[in-house]
Design a protein around this ligand. Structure first.
Ligand code: FAD
Length: 455
């Protein structure tokens, strides 16, 4: 029997994992990736950019047989290390112990590992091949190399994993409108670096934490890299009154701003001015589509279908979850990709919308609420309820980060729990004022038990 062929556009994080999972299920997979092979030519000019890997992403990597290899290249992050403007930093742990942590992983190292695994599983990888157009009637695509030389490729089943600026999405939308909506956050980001320590200490600040410098309308975060450096990301309004990227046009202005607002961070970034001047301001948007596929001919996954803002650290994790769902659906579908694509959208779209909303809410939480006494009281009361009534209360962050409960469930349940906490606290900043017995009774009377968790 001939193997069914699949053409994947984009060999980034999601595309590479998708390709491997499909090849392991018997499909003949070809990947076309715009960039040169990062295993031979490096990645993003050699800058260290990292991501937080959480349980959903890890679960997908487990199903690809890659979790252990990836974990070896990560740094464990036990919680948020919050750096107030004044006073000492404090660690807000994510879970009760090290079974509930997230992992900082280099984007470049992870992408290379996934490409390697895809190739080992029999995937054919083509680098330096950019999708130019797709003729969905004739089921073929046009690709161009870095010199602009074009080639045609027959593609009876196309999967677009070509990221937030997806060329396949544009081609599909031109063929039959997908109902695309892009909502800009109005804030941007700039990546900077804390270099490895020069003395006995490899890490200049605590390595096992995701560092946050919350400042109300804006913030900095830092994630550790295995070699001892940290990737620092400064998030600011793109335009408008100070501080915004408009009012900080160059490295000198940025240095003066950090001196005022992030005095403990500034000395850790010796190349601040150079990096600020040479790195672009990244834009942040949420992408919504009414339709992710054109019958059984073309489908979008990962950021190409549902790019979100990065404040829950879930974009890649969500995309990785996509890959397992889709690989299973296609393997079960026989040759009916139209059914598989429709089912994929039915299952995944409500979850993508939910994590998009939670990621937006998390920006406010990270830059502002983590230093707010009422928020901290809610967090504390929630932690006490989770301990006393674990079948009825689980923090939303925990559902999203450490379980496989659908994002849509976590969103709804989180909202209901939050309402209850607000009612119990009535604006108080002291969780100790609430009777725990009465709170547990109210919780159990209001909300059904949580679903049993998969091991
Ligand atoms: P991409 O990673 O964008 O890959 C798309 C691939 O397609 C690329 O290799 C690209 O070269 C290729 N391509 C593009 N156009 C074409 C074309 N025309 N033809 C062929 N190939 C093409 N997620 C997390 O889970 N945790 C985090 O901590 C986290 N932090 C983030 C921080 C920031 C600042 C940002 C911006 C995002 C963050 N994310 C995080 C989100 C994460 O980066 C994305 O969700 C993830 O990269 C999506 O993977 P993808 O493969 O769908 O898209």
């Amino acid at each position: 029997m001939t193997r069914q062929s699949i053409t994947l556009i984009g060999g980034g994080l999601v595309g590479a994992l998708m390709a491997q999972l499909l090849a392991r299920r018997g499909f003949a997979v070809e990947v076309f990736e715009k960039r040169p092979d990062p295993r031979r030519f490096g990645f993003l000019g050699g800058r260290s950019i990292n991501l937080a890997l959480a349980e959903r992403g890890l679960q997908a990597l487990r199903s690809a047989g890659l979790a252990e290899d990836v974990l070896q290249q990560t740094v464990m992050m036990r919680g948020r290390m919050v750096h107030p403007r004044e006073g000492a930093p404090s660690l807000q742990r994510y879970g009760v112990d090290d079974s509930e942590v997230i992992w900082s992983v280099s984007r470049a190292a992870l992408n290379k590992l996934l490409l390697e695994a895809a190739e080992a599983a029999g995937v054919t990888l083509h680098f330096g091949q950019s999708l130019v157009s797709a003729d969905l009637d004739r089921q073929r695509v046009v690709l161009a190399d870095e010199h602009g030389t074009q080639r045609h490729h027959e593609a009876s089943m196309l999967i677009g994993a070509d990221g937030a600026g997806s060329a396949l999405r544009a081609a599909m939308d031109a063929y039959a409108p997908l109902g695309i909506r892009v909502e800009s956050l109005g804030h941007g980001y700039k990546e900077l670096e804390i270099p490895p320590g020069s003395g006995a200490e490899r890490f200049a600040i605590e390595p096992h934490a995701l560092h946050i410098w919350p400042r109300g309308r804006y913030m900095c975060i830092a994630l550790p890299n295995t070699e001892g450096s940290f990737t620092v990301t400064l998030f600011l309004p793109a335009h408008g009154p100070h501080p915004s990227f408009d009012t900080l046009p160059d490295g000198a202005a940025a240095e003066a701003f950090l001196h005022e607002d992030f005095p403990d961070l500034l000395p850790q970034i010796p190349r601040l001015a150079e990096d600020y001047d040479s790195h672009p301001v990244g834009t942040l948007s949420t992408l919504y589509l009414d339709r992710w596929h054109i019958d059984g001919r073309a489908l979008l996954i990962g950021d190409a279908a549902h790019a979100i803002v990065p404040f829950h650290g879930q974009g890649m994790n969500c995309g990785f979850e996509d890959t397992v769902v889709l690989a299973d659906l296609l393997a079960e579908s026989g040759h009916d990709s139209a059914d598989a694509f429709a089912e994929f959208q039915r299952v995944r779209q409500p979850n993508a919308n939910a994590i998009a909303a939670m990621a937006l809410e998390n920006y406010i939480e990270m830059r502002d609420s983590v230093a707010d006494p009422h928020y901290l009281a809610k967090r504390e009361l929630g932690a006490r309820l989770a301990e006393r009534a674990p079948r009825h209360f689980m923090a939303r962050y925990r559902m999203v980060t450490f379980t496989h409960l659908p994002y849509a469930y976590a969103y709804e349940r989180g909202r209901a729990q939050d309402q209850l906490l607000e009612q119990l606290l009535r604006g108080s900043t002291d969780a100790g004022t609430v009777s725990l017995d009465a709170a547990v009774a109210a919780l159990q009377a209001t909300l059904p038990p949580l679903p049993r968790l998969r091991a």
